[in-house]
Design a protein around this ligand. Structure first.
Ligand code: BGC
Length: 753
């Protein structure tokens, strides 16, 4: 009896151990966590590779290098001879970009990526090519793809779940093309509103940008970016790129290491922790050191301190520019040496094979050690193994079936709705009555590109002729809602002067004016400006519309907060729409007519004046004597058609030891008459510290849905990380002392002992 019982227990125990081991290893394989096996494969492969093959892996060229001229393209844009030269002769490891800088059909993409991988299979070691693309708000360069709000607008949703879904959908649509690598998310912080890439960021706050970025990575990569429906991400642009002193793209930033660590590094730290396997480098310079020459940031901090095991890729032509532009190198060859030795693993050359030839020479001359090459190539191969392209380098047929589904469009529409910020709502104009007579005017009223911005169908995003015909501009979306009772005054493209007289004349026959202003699509350096104030042409139209005394709704579709104070103060309604994406027109119409209750909040400070760029987390000195935080609209601002009351802020502890967490609880009630979403924001202030602390910093946000009269409690965890800052020694520390917690108009405090 005893024996049988023992036997039974042993059998059951063994069985359980077996199950645990099996489940564990299956999960491990599924999760792509089998790092040891991958490392072994990489080591074996590396031993077989020639120096030429290794240096080739570190070389990335743009599509143009393998392209037939556009006028000779007969449905297959690849020149097979050029492709073979790139892959067979130069052993190129990666290709990027789209044919002719414009959107292509899914079918063309499949042909392109198939031919690339077929050619790679003809090489001695059959190492697949890692194709990379800028799918920054969806599959930018694939016709009919789901194109989401741009980052600045996604951030306005304060909705992690939507960011996660954007990642998921983008991964599917990019993989359907045969592309396993996306140069996204942008982890730069938007603290310089002049910057032409402001809209590519999640705005000025470190915590919000980290949370949205992390959620995107989770969505795009899942547990295993080698799955057929997932895709590898790329954090960019490491580090400090987004804060140019003069506001111009690719110009110097002066940011001390303390401020880098406090404001610009944390998003990358979070991205690395979330498992992003690649990092693209800052195209400009910080404190006089070009991003691509910065050993301290690339090797010591990123690869050392942050333990980043993936690979770094240069930005466009930036290794060459160490010589041609920055003059930190005295020859193209020295530029390659500086960059590789600083820690750049892959060069986006992108137009030729000079990097390949120069790096070969440098290794042969003993100027770049073989260990550095082996390190870079191992990193690259590891990512290639993890993307699953060694097993199956081709497009995913099952994903092609899930391309731009109705469900994706629905999620995109919801993202667009949640991204729209109702900044001012005086009187009773909104929501609009579907029977009202509306005059719509202004340059952003009838264009899709103003909703989308750069990296949409083309790099600059402004070629309206390439946009899908079935998507709705603001005017078209409004017409749909109110049975065509809309007057639209043409002459409103950015190239033509707006016909102001006609607009004034038409205003007389209408009840309400929807004034659509803002910026055309742009991207990178071509989008640099000298003056943040909106141009006179648009301001003149606005002044004339205000003069008619008809109620004016100002809608802003723009990539950065252009100064509009003079007119914003005169109109009844201001909607900050930024870049809400392909469903933006529908989303705006839904909000205007009350079919959706607005819930977006500003992820940045909307300045009142061109030089009034004090941000919400200002230092005490910025609000001292004559200095003031006096924006047009503050960070976190956004109205609803409902009203919400937040009350009862309580902390579970009044004193904690270093390393402990404090829980904060509040109750939110919908005190209005319609259902809606409210985002609760929790801020923290470290009252006295060795380095001056911001007056407040966002440390928690939750978006909740409430029916009229409904209440919910929201719990926040104030973690040790939230209480920490970068001290005098440039290290993250927590100092004992008092902390203030703010939610809405409430304030509580606790002490770290
Ligand atoms: C941009 C990057 C982009 C790269 C590849 C560069 O000009 O700065 O953000 O990923 O081009 O297209």
């Amino acid at each position: 009896m005893m024996f049988t019982q023992k036997l039974k227990i042993t059998v059951i125990t063994l069985f359980l151990i077996y199950i645990v081991i099996t489940v564990f290893s299956v999960t491990e394989i599924l999760a792509g966590q089998n790092d040891e096996e991958i490392n072994r494969k990489v080591e074996t492969l590396l031993k077989e590779m020639t120096l030429e093959e290794k240096v080739g892996q570190m070389t990335q060229v743009t599509f143009q290098v393998i392209s037939v001229p556009e006028n000779e393209n007969k449905g297959f844009p690849v020149d097979m001879n050029k492709l073979e030269t790139a892959i067979m002769t130069y052993h190129v490891g990666s290709i990027l970009n789209t044919p002719y800088d414009k959107t292509q059909s899914l079918d063309t993409w499949i042909k392109v990526t198939t031919s690339v991988q077929d050619t790679a299979k003809k090489t001695r070691l059959k190492i697949p090519v890692l194709y990379g693309i800028d799918a920054i708000h969806g599959a930018t360069y694939t016709k009919g793809s789901t194109l989401f709000p741009q980052a600045i607008s996604m951030a306005a949703t304060f909705n992690r779940d939507l960011s996660r879904k954007e990642g998921e959908i983008t991964a599917r649509e990019v993989r359907a093309c045969g592309i396993p690598w996306n140069f996204y998310p942008v982890m730069d912080i938007g603290r310089q509103p002049l910057w032409s890439r402001f809209w590519e960021t999640c705005g000025e706050d470190v915590y919000l940008a980290s949370e949205m970025g992390k959620a995107y990575i989770e969505g795009q990569q899942g547990d295993n970016y080698g799955s057929p429906d997932k895709c590898a991400t790329c954090l960019k642009h490491y580090v400090g790129y987004s804060f140019p002193v003069n506001g111009k793209d690719r110009s110097p930033a002066w940011i001390s290491e303390r401020m880098i660590r406090e404001y610009f590094l944390p998003t990358f730290e979070e991205g690395v922790k979330a498992g992003s396997p690649t990092v693209m480098i800052n195209s400009a310079e910080v404190d006089g050191i070009p991003g691509h020459a910065n050993y301290h940031y690339l090797t010591e901090i990123l690869k050392g301190e942050l333990k980043f095991e993936g690979f770094t890729v240069s930005d466009w032509e930036d290794i060459k520019r160490l010589y041609t532009r920055d003059k930190v190198a005295s020859s193209p060859k020295e530029a390659v040496k500086i960059a590789v030795m600083a820690g750049v693993d892959m060069s986006m050359v992108p137009f030729d094979f000079t990097f390949y030839s120069l790096l070969l020479e440098l290794v042969k001359d003993g100027e770049v050690p073989m260990e550095r090459i082996d390190d870079a190539v191992s990193r690259i191969l590891r990512v290639k193994f993890k993307t699953g392209i060694f097993e199956d380098p081709y497009h995913q047929e099952s994903m092609a079936k899930k391309f731009a589904t109705e469900e994706s469009e629905k999620i995109n529409l919801q993202s667009a709705r949640e991204s729209i910020v109702l900044a001012k709502n005086e009187g009773t104009i909104l929501p609009l009555n579907k029977k009202s007579k509306i005059l719509v005017t202004g340059p952003t009223a009838n264009l899709l590109h103003v909703l989308n911005g750069g990296w949409t169908v083309t790099w600059q995003g402004d070629d309206e002729s390439l946009y899908p015909e079935n998507k709705l501009t603001v005017v078209k979306a409004i017409e749909k809602k109110c049975e065509d009772k809309v007057t639209f005054v043409e002459g409103s493209t950015f190239d033509k002067e707006v016909n102001i007289e006609k607009a004034v004349e038409e205003a007389k026959n209408n009840d309400i004016i929807l004034l659509c202003l803002g910026e055309k699509a742009y991207c990178e350096s071509p989008g640099s400006i000298e003056n943040l104030t909106l141009d006179e042409g648009q301001l003149n139209l606005a002044r004339a519309m205000i003069k008619t005394k008809k109620p004016v709704i100002l809608l802003l579709l723009e990539g950065r907060p252009r100064i509009v104070t003079e007119i914003a103060e005169e109109v009844s309604v201001v909607i900050v729409g930024m870049r809400p994406g392909m469903e933006g027109g529908r989303a705006i119409a839904d909000i205007l007519f009350g079919d959706y209750n607005p819930d977006g909040k500003l992820p940045f400070t909307y300045p009142r004046n061109t030089n009034g760029i004090t941000l919400y987390d200002y230092k005490p000195i910025e609000n001292f004597e004559t200095n003031k935080y006096n924006p047009l609209y503050p960070f976190g601002h956004g109205l609803s058609y409902s009203t919400f009351e937040t009350s009862g802020l309580t902390l579970d502890k009044k004193a904690v030891k270093k390393g402990e967490t404090v829980k904060a609880t509040v109750t939110v009630k919908n005190t209005g008459h319609i259902a809606g979403k409210e985002t609760v924001l929790l801020y923290l202030n470290d009252v006295a510290a060795q380095v001056s602390r911001p007056n407040r910093q966002l440390k928690g946000f939750e978006k909740i849905y409430l029916n009229p009269g409904e209440s919910k409690s929201v719990i926040f965890e104030i973690t040790p990380q939230s209480m920490s800052f970068i001290g005098i020694e440039n290290k993250r520390i927590i100092e004992p002392g008092e902390f203030k917690v703010f939610v809405g108009t409430m304030e509580e405090n606790f002490v770290v002992e």
